[in-house]
Design a protein around this ligand. Structure first.
Ligand code: KIV
Length: 272
């Protein structure tokens, strides 16, 4: 295997902050299991996100709000086992952190205990600042997620770009609030590129964009979108397919079926 810049030491938040200082971009991909985590770590992806998008692409639920802490814990533990030197962030699922700081810290510590992940992510800006402070006081690393927040899709009136025109001030206020509360990095989802770039310029922590243009410090995609493994549902405008894993897998499965039907597999060399 050549050409992959696999980190030779564990990637830490401090490394990602140092990259920001050097204006060096870095990449985050979702991962939900041991094998893909290994592949992505070998490819040199600096940061893996055990996203609650697992609800859609792993479990086939209609919304991310259906995934449980138990489900996230099993997936997260598998990802950590395959992640090599990548930094692993795990999503706090809907319903496990909104009620109180105590609920939030309890859920986050359970997720970290059970997975061995390095950081938790939660959705929300100003309204979640107290939760972020509570997590930091408990000694945890935290990634915030602002702009379009899928767990609030019904509250936001559907899959809509956030921070347009007059709403730009809210995105700035949300970012300032999570920074002030101690967040280590922040995801901007579906926000105008110019706004994301302008906030990134003065934001002291790394910004990670998804549908936020090219001016953020890092980029994240759901791996099924990145490699075109169709998982149902919509394909957002901000996605680019860097591979054709779905087609490749379908062809392999069809070739296997054909060989079995024709009796050409297993051959003598596959037999004892
Ligand atoms: O759950 C997820 O995959 C995410 C990314 C889209 C940022 O939160």
């Amino acid at each position: 295997m050549t050409g992959y810049l696999t980190p030779t030491t564990k990637v830490r938040v401090s490394d990602l902050k140092a990259k920001k200082a050097r204006s060096e971009a870095w990449a985050m991909l979702t991962a939900y299991d041991y094998s893909t985590a290994r592949v992505f770590a070998e490819a040199g992806i600096e940061c893996l996100l055990v996203g609650d998008s697992a609800a859609n692409v792993v479990f086939g639920y209609e919304t991310t709000n259906k995934v449980s802490l138990d489900e996230m814990a099993y997936l997260g533990a598998a990802v950590v086992r395959g992640a090599g030197n990548a930094l692993v962030v795990v999503d706090l699922p809907f319903g496990t952190y909104e009620a109180s700081d105590e609920q939030c810290v309890k859920s986050a510590t359970e997720l970290i205990h059970r997975t061995g992940a390095h950081m938790v992510k939660l959705e929300g800006g100003e309204r979640m600042a107290p939760r972020i402070s509570a997590l930091k006081n408990a000694g945890l690393a935290v990634c915030a997620h602002v702009g379009f927040t899928p767990q609030s899709v019904d509250n936001l009136g559907g899959f809509k770009v956030q921070g347009r025109d007059a709403a730009a001030g809210q995105l700035r206020a949300d970012t300032e609030a999570v920074v002030e509360a101690g967040a280590d990095m922040v995801v901007f989802e579906m926000v105008p590129a110019e706004l994301a770039a302008s906030i990134t310029e003065t934001c002291p922590i790394p910004t990670i964009g998804i549908g936020a243009g090219g001016g953020t410090d890092a980029q994240v995609l759901v791996w099924h979108d990145m490699a075109d493994l169709p998982a149902g549902g919509r394909r957002p405008k901000f996605v680019r397919q860097f591979g054709e894993v779905g087609a490749e897998l379908r062809n392999a499965a069809a070739a296997f079926k054909q060989a079995v039907h024709e009796g050409t597999f297993p051959a003598a060399e596959h037999s004892f």
